[in-house]
Design a protein around this ligand. Structure first.
Ligand code: GTP
Ligand code: ZN
Length: 198
C-alpha cells in the first residue's frame, strides 16, 4: 500500500487545537488523516490511537458499537496530555466498506453475530490492512507509542512497522444494552482484551 503525504493544517476541536495531516492512498484513492498535538517527532513515546473509520458510530452516535465514545475518549486523553497522535484510517466496517456493513447489520438484526455476518457475506472476520500506517509514521517521525486500544492486532501491526509499543492502554468506554453482543463477540472471537480495567 502506497500513501502520499498531501498537506497539513490546524484543526481546532472541542478538546483543543490539533494539527491535521492528510495522506492519500494512491492505490485505493482513500484519504487518511492523522491528528497530532505537540511535538510527536522528538523520540519520546507518543500517546496514540489507531482508529478505524465508523461513520455510524463516529458521526451518528450509533449505539451498535463503541467507536464514537472511543474516538472522543482518545482525543480527550491526547488533549489532556497536550501531546499525541490519532490515526484515522478509512477502513470502514473492518475493511468491508459502509454498504457491506449495512448488509452485515441486517444479518445481525436476524440473529448473526458480527463475525458470522461478515462470513455470510463472503468476507473474513476482519479485513483491515494496517500497512497504510507506515508512511504516516515515517512522515511524522514517530518511533515509540503508548497505544490506546484493546486490539492486539494493532499492537502487532505497529511493531511490524518498526514502532516500539512501550505500553498498551485499555480503552473501555461506550458499553450499552445495544452493543452487548458486539462487545462479547470482540472478546470471544476477535481476540480483543475486554476484561481488564482501564
Ligand atoms: N464488518 C463489521 N464492521 C463493524 C461492525 N461494527 C463495527 N464495525 C467496524 O469495526 C471497526 C472498529 O473496530 P472494532 O473491532 O470495534 O475495534 P478495534 O478498532 O479493532 O479495537 P479498539 O482499538 O480496541 O477499538 C470500524 O471500522 C467499524 O466500522 C460490524 O458489525 N461489522
Ligand atoms: Zn463503530
Amino acid at each position: 500500500m502506497v500513501a502520499r503525504y498531501v498537506e497539513s493544517s490546524r484543526l481546532p476541536t472541542a478538546w483543543g487545537v490539533f494539527d491535521m495531516h492528510g495522506f492519500e492512498d494512491v492505490e485505493s484513492n482513500k484519504e487518511h488523516i492523522v491528528l497530532t498535538m505537540g511535538d510527536v517527532g522528538d523520540g519520546a513515546p507518543v500517546l496514540s490511537r489507531v482508529h478505524s473509520e465508523c461513520l455510524t458510530g463516529d458521526a451518528f452516535s450509533s449505539m451498535r458499537c463503541d467507536c464514537g465514545p472511543q474516538l472522543d475518549a482518545a482525543l480527550e486523553a491526547i488533549a489532556k496530555e497536550g501531546r499525541g497522535a490519532l490515526f484515522y484510517l478509512r477502513q470502514e466496517g473492518r475493511g468491508i466498506g459502509l454498504l457491506n456493513k449495512i448488509k452485515a447489520y441486517k444479518l445481525q438484526d436476524a440473529g448473526a453475530d458480527t463475525v458470522e455476518a461478515n462470513e455470510q457475506l463472503g468476507f473474513g472476520a476482519d479485513m483491515r490492512d494496517y500497512s497504510i500506517l507506515k508512511p504516516m509514521i515515517h512522515h511524522l517521525n514517530i518511533t515509540a507509542v503508548r497505544l490506546m486500544t484493546n486490539n492486539p492486532r494493532k499492537v502487532k501491526a505497529l511493531e511490524e512497522h518498526g514502532v516500539n509499543v512501550v505500553e498498551r492502554i485499555a480503552l473501555h468506554t461506550g458499553a450499552n444494552p445495544h452493543n452487548e453482543k458486539y462487545l462479547s463477540t470482540k472478546a470471544g472471537k476477535l481476540g480483543h482484551m475486554m476484561d481488564e480495567t482501564g
